[in-house]
Write a protein that binds this ligand. Structure first.
Ligand SMILES: [Zn+2]
Length: 295
């Protein structure tokens, strides 16, 4: 009799084990092995980093949350389509430091998503880290952070990601060659017509006297125009860095009033998704503009 109970007990344990195994297998069916890993980058600067790091890895599908011509995400509103994209995503790559104002919603609504924060742990003011990519040194750190995040999330591609990381940072470090040609201006003071240029000025060792924050479409008050003109008059030799998309109108207004040199700088937030070299090429160009026209 006793043996019969032992046998029944063992049989029940066997059934339970089989049930658990079948459960695990059928759970896995939600994500078959041949289905790709979905990676979403919040906007263009972090998309370019991810696109370089994931180069040649075919079963990882990288998409951009915002259109590649959106620019910064300061006034970005998530659409239902955006939420659908993120709900399906395995990994979401962000710049962090407040660049993505909608993160609370992602954290509460997209359970199980792995968030890779590019500026996490980088020392510096949050205001500057919000546009960290505009300082190539911070950009290197951000690239390193994202490569670590991707390796943690996709350990099966460690070798590929490490190889891509090494080859990409070599190119980024080449930007310092452009910087070494950077002229010593008679006046190191600068006025910025975009908050995004503050880390760029930091990289170049320029002294930011005034920032007019034109990072998105908005009206400029006459008081702001006056403040710019007063700063130019008080600091002979001062120059202005302008994002053509949002700052050209103010630059033209100012130039009508007072003589000043204006440099059009690319905030590196708007390019083609297929262009892996956009950051390198345009950052070099940004420095070259100051070099060639600054003579
Ligand atoms: Zn911005």
């Amino acid at each position: 009799m006793k043996n019969k109970y032992v046998f029944t007990g063992a049989f029940l344990v066997f059934i339970i084990i089989i049930t658990v195994v079948i459960g695990v297998v059928s759970n896995k069916k939600d994500k078959p092995e041949n289905e790709s890993t979905e990676v979403v980058a919040s906007f263009y600067p972090v998309y370019v980093i991810a696109n370089n790091l994931l180069d040649g890895i075919d079963d990882v599908n990288l998409q951009s949350l915002s259109e590649p011509k959106t620019g910064c995400l300061h006034d970005f509103q998530l659409t239902p389509e955006d939420m659908k994209l993120l709900e399906k995503a395995d990994i979401f790559i962000i710049n962090g430091s407040g660049a993505e104002s909608f993160m609370d919603k992602i954290i509460s609504d997209c359970e199980g998503i792995t968030i890779i924060n590019g500026t996490e742990g980088i020392e510096g003011e949050e205001e500057l880290l919000m546009h960290a990519w505009m300082n190539p040194i911070k950009y290197l750190m951000e690239t390193e952070n994202i490569s670590h995040g991707l390796i943690d999330a996709l350990p099966q591609y460690t070798d590929e990601i490490e190889r891509n990381y090494k080859s990409y940072i070599k190119k980024v470090m080449g930007i310092s060659v452009s910087k070494s040609k950077f002229p010593i201006f008679a006046c190191n003071d600068v006025i910025l017509f975009s908050e995004a240029f503050e880390p760029f000025a930091e990289y170049l060792g320029l002294n930011v006297l005034l920032t007019v924050d034109l990072d998105e479409e908005r009206e400029v008050s006459s008081a702001e125009v006056k403040e710019v003109i007063d700063a130019i008059n008080a600091n002979p030799g001062i120059f202005i860095m302008v994002d053509e998309v949002y700052g050209k109108k103010l630059a033209e207004t100012v130039k009508n009033e007072v003589e000043v040199k204006v440099y059009y700088i690319d905030p590196l937030t708007r390019g083609e998704l297929t262009d892996k070299n956009y950051y390198i090429d345009k950052m070099n160009e940004n420095i070259e503009i100051l070099y060639t026209e600054g003579q």
